[in-house]
Design a protein around this ligand. Sequence first.
Ligand code: EPZ
Length: 431
Amino acid sequence: MEKYIVKGGTPLKGEVKISGAKNAALGILAAAVMTDQVVTVENVPLVRDSDVIIKALQSVGASIRQKEKNVFEIDGSTIKSVNIRYDQVKKIRASYYLIGALLGKYKEAKVALPGGCDIGSRPIDMHIKGFTALGADVDIMAGGIVWARARKLTGAHIYFDMVSVGATINLMMAACMAEGETILENAAKEPHIVDVANFLNAMGAKIKGAGTDVIRIKGVKKLHSVTYSIIPDQIEAGTFMAAAAITGGDITVCDVIPKHLESISAKLIEMGCEVIEGDDSVRVISKGRLHSTNIKTLPYPGFPTDMQPQFAAALSVAEGTSIVTEGVFDSRFRYVDELVRMGARGNLEGNTFYIEGVEKLSGAELTAPDLRAGAALVLAALAADGFSEIEDIHLIQRGYEDFDGKLRSLGADIVIITNEHDAQKFKLQVG
Ligand code: EPZ
């Protein structure tokens, strides 16, 4: 079993290049098979979730070739089946994008219900309601298989009860090959919604309004070949920005879109950091002990739920009391017990974490509960006194490309170990 071992206390400094956005990549890789022509996707993050979606597409016959490190060539013309088995997708939530993509193209999809991060109940009722509105019959069959099929899909006016990233992308995909116009109201506005829409439009789709809460889609009969580069990952960038804050460091995240990072930058400024925006970079300079602040997560352009654990970790060493409220998921605080074992102080009441900042955390043996919570524990370990070991790092690797390598390039003492001998060697090396 791989673990991270971390020696905390070093302020992280330097520049780090941000990879392509995982949550855009998952939609784009699925949508890439909606044409029978070859599609080239650049800036694909090499993370476990990308790998799962690629293998799921290959399992139904898509030909996918890694052309260069982050570049994949996808040929959907060789797809033989619309049946994606549970063992192919059990690890990721975004397997639901295979329903939208296959239903749009073949008018049928049989996809096992998604797994993914355990961050509370995560129904897909709005996806199903949307597909039904487009004219599909959707059944949940034995074994949790979603079977969606239609003789034809017809454009419809769909109002989402809640803002949902997944439902917005899924309906955009299916609707772009329906007959007539679809209007999605109360759509999500995250940067990756716009990226998937831009990708589909580059393939010949007619989507307008992505990035606002009303998206209009005129159906087309066919999509075509394209070469497309995925946008930088807002959450990976935000995680390194939080790393600068919590370790008292000075980090420049490069190859980013600063506009996507505004809510994160604003909080870091409230916490006493200096934030300098460049054209495609953001530099975060820590100015001593962090100040407390309050955070409420909201759909974009609000503060991202995917940054909540990392900021709670940073606020656990800030001066004063902070209040962190989760406004998107019904349970995303599974890291709190682990932080408390490191010496953090606070109370969790429902969806609100009241944090009483302490001067220092201490290293501990930790387990990553999910992707972002796991990243938050790594940040806490980097700021803590002494050594920490973090288990279940495969959850962190779902969404961060070469996380430990990038942290090491900023001066962090972190390596992956597989046994006690490796741990002892690391401890001797870093003292
Ligand atoms: C996406 O999940 C992301 N995943 C998540 O990223 C992210 O946390 C989330 O959006 C919010 O930004 C991917 O893009 C693959 P939602 P998703 O549908 O689509 C409720 C990460 O760490 N809801 O926007 O599953 C839902 O329960 C991950 O990278 C319904 O009730 O999120 C939640 O409370 C984790 N019915 C809220 O809506 C539905 O049919 C928002 O969820 C769909 C959603």
